[in-house]
Design a protein around this ligand. Structure first.
Ligand code: C5P
Length: 220
């Protein structure tokens, strides 16, 4: 039986995680947070004392190949530790971006990502879901928003968690991360040729979810 895949790719803090989770919930599909895999890989590397650079690429790829990660009920576990919060910091995001630019680390994580494609279907969130990991996906969405909007949303999120930062520094961080993700040689961040573009600068998360579901229904 055909297993449908919906890809939601896009830049940092575009809301793709929230949208992808909501679409998966509405359809009763599985959810893949591929960014979390890179975040956990970066954390595992630092726990192993490996600096994230090309000199350690082979060692980090070996770690990634047998990464003891589990995703359960919205929580992320690394070898029995709940790392859900720890992998969400700006620093963890930047380290994930560095680790994800290493080609053999990306290759090492492909099988794990493919294993999420199970019945009744999958919603996959990332940067290269539609371009590289699931090129045959039934629907590919490229979700974006202006840098100003994304920085503002991230700021609100952090403030609500009691973490103090400034919008300017967040904007600088996310632009640096997007620049790295877009310019790397392997699987750069870019819309798949057959992706539908959705800019959610001016619309709510609910409206974005409804748009993706409407596109999905249009394909049935
Ligand atoms: O989506 P998230 O912010 O959690 O991703 C963290 C980092 O992991 C991104 O900045 C990107 O460098 C990398 N990533 C990737 N490919 C994916 C998902 C994430 O390279 N499919």
């Amino acid at each position: 039986r055909h297993i449908p895949v919906i890809c939601v790719d896009g830049p940092t803090a575009s809301g793709k995680g929230t949208v992808a989770v909501a679409v998966a919930a509405r359809l009763g599909y599985h959810f893949l947070d591929s960014g979390a895999m890179y975040r956990v890989t970066a954390l595992a590397a630092s726990r192993a004392g490996l600096a994230i650079d090309t000199a350690h690429e082979a060692a980090i790829a070996t770690l990634a190949q047998t990464l003891p990660v589990r995703f359960e009920g919205g929580k992320v576990w690394l070898a029995g530790d709940d790392v859900t919060e720890q992998i969400r910091t700006e620093e963890a995001g930047m380290n994930a971006s560095r680790v994800s630019a290493l080609p053999s680390v990306r290759t090492a994580l492909v099988a794990l990502q493919h294993s999420f494609r199970r019945l009744p279907g999958l919603v996959a969130d990332g940067r290269d879901m539609g371009t590289v990991i699931f090129p045959q996906a039934s629907l590919k969405v490229y979700l974006t928003a202006s840098a100003a909007c994304r920085a503002e949303r991230r700021h609100k999120q952090l403030i609500s968690k009691g973490i103090s930062t400034t919008i300017d520094s967040l904007r600088a961080d996310l632009e640096a991360r997007d620049a790295r993700d877009s310019s790397r040689s392997v699987s750069p961040l870019k819309p798949a040729q057959d992706a539908l573009l959705l800019d959610n600068s001016e619309i709510s998360i609910t409206q974005s979810v409804d748009q993706v579901l409407a596109w999905w229904e249009g394909r049935q």
